[in-house]
Design a protein around this ligand. Sequence first.
Ligand SMILES: Cc1cc2nc3c(=O)[nH]c(=O)nc-3n(C[C@H](O)[C@H](O)[C@H](O)COP(=O)(O)OP(=O)(O)OC[C@H]3O[C@@H](n4cnc5c(N)ncnc54)[C@H](O)[C@@H]3O)c2cc1C
Length: 481
Amino acid sequence: MPARTGKQLLDGLKDDREVWIDGERVTDIAGHPAFAGAARGLAEVFDLQHEAAEDCLIADPETGEPINVSHMIPRAPADIARRHRGLRRIAEHTVGVMGRTPDYMNVTYAGFAGCAHEWAAHGNEEGAENLVAYQKFLRRNDISLTHTLIHPTIDKSKGDLPRLDDDVVLQKVADTEHGIVVRGARILATLAPFADELAVYPGLPLPEGGERFALSFCIPMATPGLRFICRDSCAGSLNRFDHPLSSRFDEQDAFVIFDDVEVPRDRIHIDGNVKVYNEVMGKSWHPNVMQQTMVRAQTKLEFAWGLATAMTESIGDFGPAAQQMLGELWSYSALAEAAVTAAEANPSDWGNGVWFPDGQPLWALRACMPTWMPRANEIIKLLGSHNLLATPTWRMMNDGRLRPLIDRYLRGAKDTNAERRIRLFRLAWDYAGTALAGRVELYERFYLTSGARNQQRAHQKANNRDRALALVERFLAEAPE
Ligand SMILES: Cc1cc2nc3c(=O)[nH]c(=O)nc-3n(C[C@H](O)[C@H](O)[C@H](O)COP(=O)(O)OP(=O)(O)OC[C@H]3O[C@@H](n4cnc5c(N)ncnc54)[C@H](O)[C@@H]3O)c2cc1C
């Protein structure tokens, strides 16, 4: 089945998956109040690829059928620019608020398959072959994929690495005729209720002797024993006036329990190979997937700047404080755009003729985003002030007794009518202040591991030390007189 429609996505969610929210096992994802809005929102993303086919679709290199461009394995520098167009269209649709639209995992698995030699190291040839076959399945069936990488926190004083006697960390407990049985838990699976399949691949490295934790595989959401514990819903009502973002973009995050889950042999990409597990994410994954996620992040910052600009203009706030904060927001967006452009303009061949952007500018952006994104929210709240809460609902707007008063007392500066002003501030509140906004801020701080870790990694990964150190050394070598 080539690129799917929104309806096909929604039909595919009707299975025996075990998704729990607030004590209830949900049988109808698209019909449940906690999920209906985002189901519709994600369905629109699937429809978008047909509406904007010139940007979003390409021909499958083997079958010729239309597939989403995020499945493309870039084989030339021009492919990176082609992929950018499709990623940008998707990011624009959700204004970057949905972090895990399926293009994130599509790009990830296209990169894994393109660099299958990285997975075939240390005797893992069978895992690498399975992975390449899986990526074909993913792209040809336009699968919505969620993933979970991180071990649950039980006792931080014991460190990041799983202990060999750990009974919580996901691990293999048996071999079967057709595959393996796994048990344990992982955090978190964003998008889980709206996914067709779940991917497990390496996160933090494992200690020596940790073979049974060294696992990577992909399985259907409805696999027996797989249980998803969702967080509280952040979905607003389905009314897009009242909740312009949370009515459609609450992508959910689930704690995943593997209660003795059988994984078929052909779905396993790593089984006990600690060396591959520990090495494979340190190679081409970063420069590849960062293109997707930084295109999304840049779009989100540009949206924040646009929103803040329109918001301040609607109340005639042209003062120096507002101008300063707007300038700060614009700078984040412009710097992000410049870094993505620089990364895409200097790609390299990662082997097998597969091309990815330059990872260096993307490391810098990855290190900055966990502070820029919360700051963008703060700026919107500082600029918005009480206006963020002086925002009647659609029902009030349609009340004949209230509407004339609203039109009179809640209008904005110059020709800004009350409806425009209220829409703007509702959008801003949903971006920076609602339950969804709080969750999205946490996402931006942690989805690529914490900002602290990313800043440390940026310094460790920087490959242009020579000039920096030479600038210093000159002074140290100088004659005193
Ligand atoms: C909304 C949301 C969605 C997510 N979705 C997914 C998903 O879809 N798939 C998935 O696999 N994971 C997902 N995650 C999990 C995410 O990968 C982890 O939260 C992330 O890896 C950070 O791990 P942690 O939460 O254990 O925090 P830690 O990394 O332990 O950080 C906790 C605190 O300790 C500090 N800290 C940690 N290490 C250091 C250090 N070395 N130096 C200084 N300070 C440090 C951090 O700054 C932070 O304040 C999601 C998380 C969130 C919040």
